[in-house]
Ligand binder design. Structure first.
Ligand code: PAF
Length: 286
């Protein structure tokens, strides 16, 4: 496995690879602290591409809380070890000045309103920061396909819009959320949970499933939200920050007091706080 940490070294490596016939590059951008969800992305990339690059960069412009940025887990030695064991071709540790040659600030993209609701409302500027770094990473890595986890469903929608602005490349591949055996969505932030918070956290997924079932049996979104909050708040460790019901493509919020029709498409988006840790999850209403 090659480990590259300058744009020049990355370019040399890619040029070397591309001397071969029909080389395709799959790319998995990450902020490190890798878990099985990331490894599933790497495996998917390996099946569809001849080479796979994983980047590790904790991106300051997508954090609107300095404490969250400072406490984000950083485990690069362990990350490299698992990536090597998996047969990853290369890990890219970008240099901040090369990703942000004009200074550490987010650019502004027309994200078609996908960036303003839910996580966008809770973390103003977050998705502009994500789009800025992902755009720069795409410029550096020039991948054919890029892989993202559906756990960050809204992020995937934002990246698809970014790719549309870039003219359609790379192809975006969204991979299913990987969950612990008890249903908790895998996340680097799970490392920050106390044992009591970790024990309570599966209530989020269970609550989402219950709320989706309630909607499909005629509850209004408002009533289903109350049911979700009641289930989650049975644990004193957890505090619901939001549970929003939105259209899965436009991400437009659906009315609170209107029962869903059988044909309507809807998707749940939730953030639940465990102390300072924000746990994010989503679930389709099918
Ligand atoms: O999902 C993440 O880990 C990050 O938001 C990403 C896509 C690597 C951009 O920093």
């Amino acid at each position: 496995m090659e480990i590259v940490s300058s744009q020049a070294a990355l370019r040399n490596m890619l040029a070397r690879w591309k001397q071969g016939d029909s080389v395709s590059v799959g790319f998995v951008p990450t902020m490190g602290a890798l878990h099985d969800g990331h490894l599933a992305l790497v495996r998917a990339a390996q099946t569809e591409n001849s080479r796979v690059v994983v980047s590790i960069f904790v991106n300051p412009t997508q954090f609107n809380n300095p404490h969250d940025f400072a406490s984000y887990p950083r485990t690069s030695d362990a990350d490299c070890a698992v990536l090597e064991a998996l047969g990853t071709d290369a890990v890219y540790f970008p240099v901040a000045d090369e990703l942000y040659p004009n200074g550490m600030q987010a650019a502004h993209y027309n994200l078609a309103g996908l960036d303003t609701r839910m996580e966008g409302a809770a973390r103003p500027g977050h998705f502009q920061g994500v789009a800025t770094v992902v755009d720069a990473l795409f410029e550096h890595v020039e991948p054919d396909r890029a892989y993202f986890g559906a756990k960050d469903f809204q992020q995937v929608a934002v990246i698809r819009q970014l790719v549309a602005l870039r003219g359609g490349l790379p192809q975006v591949v969204a991979c299913a959320t990987v969950r612990e055996a008890d249903g908790l969505a895998m996340s680097s932030r799970n490392l920050l949970l106390t044992p009591a918070q970790r024990a309570a956290a599966p209530r989020i997924y269970a609550g989402l499933r219950q709320a989706a079932a309630a909607l499909r049996t005629g509850a209004t979104p408002a009533a289903a939200r109350l049911q979700f909050e009641k289930h989650v708040h049975q644990s004193p460790e957890l505090e619901v920050e939001y549970l929003d019901l939105a259209h899965p493509l436009t991400l437009e919020l659906l009315p609170d007091h209107q029962v869903l029709s059988a044909e309507s498409s809807a998707h749940y988006f939730a953030v639940v706080r465990a102390g300072n840790v924000r746990l994010i999850d989503n679930f389709p209403v099918e």
